[in-house]
Design a protein around this ligand. Structure first.
Ligand SMILES: *Cc1c(COP(=O)(O)O)cnc(C)c1O
Length: 459
């Protein structure tokens, strides 16, 4: 008898699949402590395409991260503090943001509209004024207006200076309302291997510019975000070392400086191949900071991370139904399975940056026969497909199992970035979305009706 749990890579912490299992009928189940959700029940109740969100996964991951940092801060007798700031652009849905702030996370926003959501939460009393909000991205006048409004009302807002124009703005004594902490962003000159390397970076000041900015009143944070899905953990530490060189120089002129923010970039094992665990990375970060602080004889800085996809990607799966199949004459896959949703629309990174995903069956997981398949979305676009980067996905033959029951499949780790990028090519409806938490299922987004989709296009 085959070990199907192993085949589908479930129950493994290093793959973030510890909550997934297979029941006796070969169906996908999700475990939350003693609660258990059967994916087929969700499908029967809510239909497909369906996104299922697990806020408890976010809470656990964040708590683990706090534990790791606190453990090594203690171990190295480190006197700086650790802050987690959630980059809201990764997923702005309320069911993602609320669990993070309730567990002690802070926020990083990239636009005026994201900051407006923070304001809304705060006005509804769902947000303590102690929570810190880092403001990145180009500051439009609406953005600056909101920053000064919220600052004057006592929120801990920290704008990050992105370029010379913003520097001039924040240094202008006329912006008296804007007293308070500031940060500055640098484009550190280190090469890291990340999945989606960019040749040119247009964010922040260059190293030579930043060593010449001079005195900035209330400068607290040196910030950098170098890339996403950084492939090797040593590069996260390399980045920190590069930043600390600049930090030491900058601190000589700006004694208020007391924090280093290494941005995002912690990778997710989307393909269920072993990557680096948090523990070793956290240990190396605190060790590095500790050694440099002693060597340079400086106060140990606070450490901030904005690891986005790390925290939320594993907190959602997307379920589709295979509605048709077609033969593939030549290629590593033998069949197309056409699904009742769309990669271009709902998992846009498949199309935009050739994102790979872990795909498994939802039912018939213990089938005798599997096909090598490619998946096609149901828009009419030839780019609406998933080929696993030219490999194939293993799924049961559509004739397998109960003939009255269609074949369903799950795409894992869909919690990061996809929602805000999603669109309506061919006017397909977005997937319905359900939240599973404490054994209770809550509908977060109903399936759009034709009227609702049409209305978005002026009909
Ligand atoms: C996008 C972004 C992040 C998050 O990046 P991940 O790769 O998801 O960790 C963090 N900080 C800033 C400034 C960003 O722009």
């Amino acid at each position: 008898m085959k070990n199907y749990k192993k085949l589908w890579k479930f129950g493994k912490k290093e793959f973030n699949t510890e909550i997934y299992d297979i029941n006796k009928s070969g169906e996908l189940v999700i475990k939350e402590g003693n609660y258990q959700y059967n994916a087929m029940d969700l499908i029967k109740r809510f239909g497909t395409p369906l996104e299922v969100t697990f806020p408890f996964v976010i809470e656990r991951r964040l708590n683990n991260l706090f534990e790791e940092f606190n453990r090594y801060i203690k171990f190295y007798n480190y006197h700086g503090r650790f802050f987690y700031h959630y980059p809201m652009k990764v997923n702005q849905n309320k069911e993602f943001v609320i669990p993070i702030i309730s567990e002690g996370g802070n926020i990083e926003v990239s636009s005026a509209n994201e900051l407006w959501l923070v304001k809304k939460l705060w006005e509804q009393d769902q947000f303590s004024s102690k929570i810190r909000v880092i403001c990145n991205g180009p500051k439009t006048s609406a953005y600056l207006g909101l920053i000064s409004d919220l600052k004057s009302r006592g929120l801990h807002i920290i704008p990050i200076i992105e370029d010379e124009d913003e520097l001039a703005y924040f240094m202008n004594p006329k912006c008296s309302k804007l007293v308070g902490d500031l940060g500055i962003r640098v484009d550190v000159d280190v090469k890291v291997k990340s999945r989606w390397d960019k040749k040119f970076n247009r964010f922040g000041f260059s190293e030579s510019e930043i060593t010449n900015v001079g005195r900035i009143k209330n400068l607290k944070i040196l910030h950098c975000h170098i890339g996403s899905q950084i492939e090797e953990s040593k590069d996260l530490v390399l980045l920190l070392k590069g930043m600390m060189d600049l930090y030491v120089k900058l601190k000589r002129v700006n004694p208020t400086l007391d924090a280093v923010d290494i941005g995002g970039g912690f990778a997710v094992p989307y393909e269920k191949k072993k990557m680096y665990p948090t523990e070793g990375v956290v240990k190396n970060i605190i060790k590095t900071l500790s050694e440099i602080s002693i060597k340079e004889n400086i106060e140990p800085p606070d450490i901030i991370v904005e690891w986005g996809r790390f925290l939320v990607a594993p907190a959602q799966i997307t379920i589709f139904k295979a509605i048709h199949q077609k033969n593939i004459e030549k290629g590593p896959a033998k069949k197309w399975y056409i699904i009742d949703g769309s990669f271009i629309n709902d998992l846009s990174d498949t199309w935009a940056i050739h994102q790979k995903w872990h795909v498994t069956p939802v039912n018939n997981m213990n089938a005798k026969k599997f096909n090598r398949v490619w998946l096609a979305g149901s828009s009419c676009d030839s780019d609406d497909k998933y080929t696993a980067g030219g490999h194939y996905v293993l799924l049961p033959g559509l004739e397998e199992g109960d003939p009255k029951e269609p074949q369903y499949l799950a795409v894992f780790d869909t919690g990061a970035y996809q929602d805000a990028l999603s669109s309506h090519h061919c006017l397909l409806s977005s997937p319905a979305k359900v939240i599973a938490q404490n054994g209770i299922l809550t509908m977060a987004r109903k399936r759009e009706t034709p009227e609702e989709v049409g209305r978005q296009f002026g009909w």
